[in-house]
Design a protein around this ligand. Sequence first.
Ligand SMILES: Cc1cc2nc3c(=O)[nH]c(=O)nc-3n(C[C@H](O)[C@H](O)[C@H](O)COP(=O)(O)OP(=O)(O)OC[C@H]3O[C@@H](n4cnc5c(N)ncnc54)[C@H](O)[C@@H]3O)c2cc1C
Ligand SMILES: *[C@@H]1O[C@H](CO)[C@@H](O)[C@H](O)[C@H]1NC(C)=O
Ligand SMILES: *[C@@H]1O[C@H](CO)[C@@H](O)[C@H](O)[C@H]1NC(C)=O
Ligand SMILES: *[C@@H]1O[C@H](CO)[C@@H](O)[C@H](O)[C@H]1NC(C)=O
Length: 490
Amino acid sequence: MFRSLSRQLATKASINTPSKLQDVVIIGGGPAGLSLLAALKSSNKTKHLKCTLVEGASLDPIRNFGVNPPPEYTNRVVSLTPKTIEYMRDKIGNWNFINQERVNFYDTIVAYDSQDNEARIKFDASTIGDSVLAAMCENLNIQSSLLERIEELNLNTMDPEQKSILYDNTKVVEITGPEVAAEHELPYIDPKEGEPDLDWPTVTLSNGESLQARLLVGADGFNSSVRKFSHIASRGWFYNRFGVVATVKLQYEDYRSLAWQRFLTTGPLAILPLTDNNATIVWSSTPELSELLVSVDDAIFPHLVNAAMALEETDLSYIYSLLKKNPSDMNAVEEIKWRMSRVDSSLVDEGYPLPLESVVPRSRARFPLKMAHADTYTAPRVALIGDAAHSIHPLAGQGLNMGQSDVASLVSALEDGVTRGLDIGSTLVLEQYTANAWPSNHVMLGICDKMHKIFSTDWPPIVFFRGFGIKSLNMLGSFKDVIVRALSGR
Ligand SMILES: Cc1cc2nc3c(=O)[nH]c(=O)nc-3n(C[C@H](O)[C@H](O)[C@H](O)COP(=O)(O)OP(=O)(O)OC[C@H]3O[C@@H](n4cnc5c(N)ncnc54)[C@H](O)[C@@H]3O)c2cc1C
Ligand SMILES: *[C@@H]1O[C@H](CO)[C@@H](O)[C@H](O)[C@H]1NC(C)=O
Ligand SMILES: *[C@@H]1O[C@H](CO)[C@@H](O)[C@H](O)[C@H]1NC(C)=O
Ligand SMILES: *[C@@H]1O[C@H](CO)[C@@H](O)[C@H](O)[C@H]1NC(C)=O
């Protein structure tokens, strides 16, 4: 009551009042934006900064997850690397607030090729002396833990000026800055001591408020309005592929801690283990196939996944064609069962994942896949983090982890700036962030893009060489270590 009243007053008052000055304004309350806020407020060097975060959607689903988590796993689940987990535990301090019963560590990924069943590779954390490769965790679990951490930090802060401000259900209506002012020939006002410098970007919000930011951070995802405002170019392409996600139940609990990925020519299909017999899948495929995958009956979908993990692609094409005519065709299930019964039995136990029993109703969804990278992460008084800066194919599960290392690099650049007494919005301070974060992200984006392209073909010469490559990679321990290290963030 009180909060909404004061917000109303603020809306009315703001029409003629000047913009509120903030050190850091973060647009976007996804995993990247919330992580940055919590990390800034957890650091002794930056916690005095006045910070506001603006999120367009409601944060209620995130808050509710903490209080009353849904009985089934939600369908947005990511794989967190040990490096990300360490950062969350030691620097952001949100790992304590993670619902640990809904986190599943795993130590091995088995990847194999639909065109050559012999071509298999095991990425095993123990080869680099680690006991875990990664942990599966719901996006909502991460966001909820971050929100709780931010609330804890606010409670421990005496100075009201230093408490984080969060606006949800609040969209950015407009961002203006010096360039925009020049276009509209607004009078130039000489900045005086203590008055807002005209070169601070001004963010107008849908709640009527306007904020002037010493540093404006775009954590607003792929379609970033902050990136557009700052004229930072982003290069990339849509893959003409969709990632279908779903929460599924395996026929029984798998006591091995294994994740599975099969490279089909339409895109990779991964089965990632959650606790007990729960699992999540990410199936990248063509627009037509992905539409089929989200529309077939719940009773058919698990069989389709089982088939796609084991059968030849010609068999799969035939089954898809039956279902395209009729997405409820139970004959397709009979076809699958009959074809599966002919699969090499020596592979069934060790070579393939446990079969799916069922799919959680309404847990299927699809997302367009793309690769994009901003030319730079910073402009004067602007920084981009997370998907606002880069989008990656989900085949290596790196998207959210890259956002976490952006946060780590940006916070460390800002800490340095504060220590040296510099303006945290200045290019001098921000350039260090781009210099640290951009090159390694670029390498990871390139690897995943090339993997997608190499595996999306059944052209025999490529199939031969990738089969050969996978087999020789298995023998070349040291190169495999490099990949395992990259996947686990070491
Ligand atoms: C199928 C699939 C599988 C994936 N699997 C993995 C995985 O295994 N591991 C992994 O690390 N990553 C994975 N990812 C990627 C991961 O989900 C993203 O990288 C991550 O969600 C990006 O976080 P973000 O905070 O940068 O952006 P987002 O999650 O996109 O958040 C942006 C936020 O900004 C808000 N916003 C946008 N515009 C405005 C505005 N104008 N005003 C106010 N608010 C605004 C939005 O409402 C949103 O909440 C996967 C992605 C897909 C599609
Ligand atoms: C931050 O400051 C507090 C109180 O001054 C101190 O106890 C703590 O050790 C400091 N943390 C770090 C990481 O320096
Ligand atoms: C996972 O599955 C088991 C048994 O099927 C169930 O008891 C458990 O609560 C599930 N966990 C979640 C978070 O859905
Ligand atoms: C991207 O943002 C623009 C405004 O900048 C909006 O018109 C468009 O609908 C958005 N697209 C998506 C896919 O969200």
